[in-house]
Design a protein around this ligand. Structure first.
Ligand code: ZN
Length: 397
């Protein structure tokens, strides 16, 4: 189908109106029920087969299915409708405004823009009477921003597919990988004592200062030797530190929490063993030092890396769809952020790509917006991609 036919079937204005409606329904992480029910109603109006799946009480995911004319493969278009909080915002979060060809509001790019474009791509297939086989699933979930419970639950309930696209803001690049995340706590134990005799205690905070300096200068640089051709090397950031109990006591405890971005093939065990091995070396040199590395209590699920070969047909195919539908090949990129692609692909074995309008640099920010040109193009790209993946082919039983 040529690009003009598509642009006549669904106008950019319709997609903008849909996105405005979505932004107007607050759905900050934890309070997503209203938007899920609204989407369920919309799917019914559109004639899709629609179902709600309880992720937690009052936190449903919604899945709409557009059936093709013959049995075939299942393509899942998916993303999240929960948004980041709004307290730091400098614009009205839920009153969508259009200025300079951008739509402003919370969730406009992360990820309601992708939701609007994915839905309108299905509408486009309906309106043009597109002859395709298999199913196009529109699966929208709560709780991506915090614990990724939505997609995890859908996988648990057996909502599966042969291939998937995660709609996160990629600025129209085709995302084929991201690193995983491990939250690590290092606990240093000392000995409390009256502050008048600091030499009689063991100061855990001072020991921690030494541990951090040593890790940063001697151990963390070894991560740079672990090289992945696309994802680079692991990086680690110290994000939190807590220590001591009161000012007049030698601090007996200190905990430093790190977030490490991991590569495919690295296991949690290897990561922790590597750090502990280095700490053991420090302890051998200083018998008073007691330092232990463990998975942080903050981390409630293992967040694995996601990676597809950049020449995989699903990756190249989406890049081609960008060229056909929007006149410019989609640049293949790895993403700097973790998303549900990990759960779909790495954990559940569904070949997946990440693609969506908007820039991650304004997601979660005080002024979130989406470029309307990207929003419009995304509809035609998603539609072209669905047509190319589901065209004709019948699945052998
Ligand atoms: Zn997102």
């Amino acid at each position: 189908m040529d690009s003009n036919t598509m642009r006549e079937a669904v106008t950019p204005r319709e997609t903008i109106e849909l996105l405005k409606s979505l932004v107007r329904i607050p759905s900050v992480n934890g309070c997503e029920e209203a938007v899920a029910l609204w989407l369920n109603d919309l799917f019914q109006e559109l004639g899709l087969e629609t179902s709600l799946y309880e992720v937690e009480p009052h936190r449903p995911a919604v899945v709409g299915v557009l059936h093709g004319k013959r049995p075939g493969k299942r393509l899942m278009y998916t993303t999240h409708f929960d948004t980041h909080v709004t307290d730091n915002m400098e614009i009205p979060p839920f009153k969508p405004e259009i200025r300079e060809n951008r739509l402003y509001g919370r969730g406009s790019c992360d990820a309601k823009g992708s939701i609007a474009a994915m839905i309108m791509s299905a509408v486009l297939l309906q309106r043009t009477g597109c002859d395709f086989s298999g199913d196009l699933l529109l699966a929208f979930v709560p709780d991506e921003e915090y614990m990724n419970k939505g997609t995890t639950e859908l996988m648990k309930q057996g909502i599966t597919a042969d291939m998937a696209v995660v709609g996160e803001p990629t600025e129209m690049a085709v995302g084929f990988g991201h690193r995983g995340c491990t939250h690590i706590d290092i606990n240093v134990t000392g000995r409390a004592y009256h502050s008048a005799f600091p030499e009689r205690g063991i100061n855990a905070i001072e020991h921690m200062a030494h541990v951090i300096t040593a890790l940063r200068s001697e151990y963390f640089p070894t991560y740079e030797q672990k090289h992945h051709p696309y994802l680079g090397h692991p990086v680690i950031n110290l994000g939190l530190i807590r220590g001591g109990t009161r000012i007049h006591t030698v601090a007996d405890k200190c905990c430093a929490s790190f977030l490490r971005r991991d590569l495919p093939g690295e296991t949690t065990e290897d990561i922790l063993d590597g750090i502990q091995g280095f700490l053991d070396g420090l302890m051998a040199r200083d018998p008073k030092l007691c330092a232990h590395a463990s998975l942080s209590t903050i981390q409630q699920r293992i967040r694995l890396p996601f990676f597809m070969e950049p020449d995989h047909p699903l990756v190249s195919g989406l890049s081609e769809s960008c060229r056909r539908a929007a006149g410019r090949e989609g640049e293949k990129q790895v993403m700097n952020y973790y998303c549900d692609a990990s759960i779909l692909c790495t954990e559940s074995g569904i070949p997946t790509v990440i693609f969506g309008p908007g820039s991650i640099s304004v997601a979660h920010s005080a002024v979130e917006y989406i470029e309307l040109d990207q929003l419009a193009d995304a509809v035609y790209i998603y539609a072209d991609y669905a047509m190319s993946l589901l065209a004709g082919e019948e699945k052998t039983p």
